[in-house]
Ligand binder design. Structure first.
Ligand code: PMP
Length: 354
């Protein structure tokens, strides 16, 4: 750290992303990417001309991509905001709407505390219930920025729309952000409520169900006023926030909905299969509506299991926070990858019992 850094950033505890090893030898089940490539039409979407056109700036209005997403979700283009990964939207949300403080669960996406600190937003982390679910009653009539991942991460638990709506309805003077990064794997989206509530912002990403984590494309669907606010911040920081290549890939992705929905179905199937097998090995597995499972075994320490799996070429995500340090978060890969993971887990547990 240099002596030139603004005082307020000196104590910032930065977000630690999951490991991204350079070699591809690992079975990578640690950052909730899709095990499937983008749709064939997306793989073929980029040509020489697209690369040559990189000399030109990208479209700051992104009207074509917005139009396609608007049609897909039955909203208007003015209800959509696009960003360089959905992390950017969450960052803007804390920047724009955190003036009265923020609330989110104690066990949730680790970036929320970082954004709150970054923008000097006072925040309260509300403990999940004993069973690691969100109690929606904790969030009623709070009059603060509320940020809820639904399904939640890293637990995978999803709350029904009625509970989410009650939170939105009872906080009319503050913004409610529903982070729907994992909604395509069995959750229920709140985006159908955006015309009913001016305080609702749903946040989505192409990183998980759309097999495009590396392209960095996120979007928000929300009330027009909130989208205007986000546009204000975008045009005050980076008007060309989506590059040309990602824009083209995003458009092709929006046209290939059937392919992605099919892959989501397969991931859900493999998730349920893996959960049953893990339970058979004695794991406690939280019910998940996401593309990952959160599981622990009483036969082995959580961190040790993570390390043993890594030694066998399988990467999962372990968190050190006390309440969840016995768990590991396991991204759902292909059936074959999960068979290898299950085999390794079984072998490790056998070693522990000897
Ligand atoms: N929200 C949640 C709950 C996540 O787990 C992630 C992925 N780390 C994100 C948002 C951000 O995803 P991205 O920036 O790739 O869109």
């Amino acid at each position: 750290m240099s002596r030139f850094l603004k005082e307020q950033y000196k104590s910032l505890e930065v977000y630690t992303p999951g490991e991204q090893p350079k070699d591809t030898q690992y079975i990578k089940l640690n950052t909730n990417e899709s095990p499937y490539p983008p749709a064939p039409s997306v793989v073929e979407a980029l040509g020489k001309q697209d690369v040559e056109n990189l000399r030109l700036y990208s479209d700051p209005t992104l009207s074509t991509l917005k139009g396609k997403l608007a049609a897909l979700y039955g909203v208007e283009s003015e209800n959509i905001f696009l960003s360089n990964g959905s992390d950017d939207i969450l960052n803007f949300a804390f920047m724009a709407f955190g003036q009265k403080g923020a609330l989110f669960p104690d066990i949730t996406y680790g970036f929320y505390t970082v954004f709150a600190e970054l923008h000097a937003v006072e925040y309260e982390e509300i403990p999940l219930r004993e069973d690691f679910t969100i109690d929606y009653k904790d969030y009623l009539n709070k009059n603060k920025l509320i940020v809820i991942a639904n399904p939640n991460a890293p637990t995978g638990n999803s709350r029904p729309l009625e509970e989410i709506e009650e939170i939105i309805r009872t906080n009319p003077d503050s913004v409610v952000v529903i982070d729907e990064a994992y909604v395509d794997f069995g959750g229920t989206s709140a985006c159908k409520l955006i015309n009913k509530y001016e305080n609702l912002l749903t946040v989505r990403t192409f990183s998980k169900s759309r097999s495009m984590a590396g392209a960095r494309l996120g979007y928000a669907i929300g009330a027009k006023g909130l989208i205007d606010d986000l546009m204000r911040l975008k045009f005050s920081t980076n008007p060309y926030n989506i590059n040309r290549l990602t824009t083209t890939l995003g458009e092709a992705t929006a046209d290939a909905e059937d392919y992605y929905m099919e892959k989501c179905k397969e991931i859900i199937r493999v998730r349920e299969y893996t959960a049953e097998k893990l339970k058979g090995l004695g794991f406690e597995v939280l019910p998940s509506k996401a593309n990952f499972l959160f599981a622990k075994s009483n036969d082995i320490d959580g961190e040790k299991l993570y390390k043993e799996l890594k030694a066998r070429g399988i990467l999962v995500r372990h968190f050190t926070k006390e309440r969840i340090c016995q768990f590991n978060r396991i991204t759902i890969g292909t059936q074959e990858q999960m068979e290898q993971f299950l085999l390794a887990a079984e072998e490790i547990l056998k070693g522990e019992k000897q």
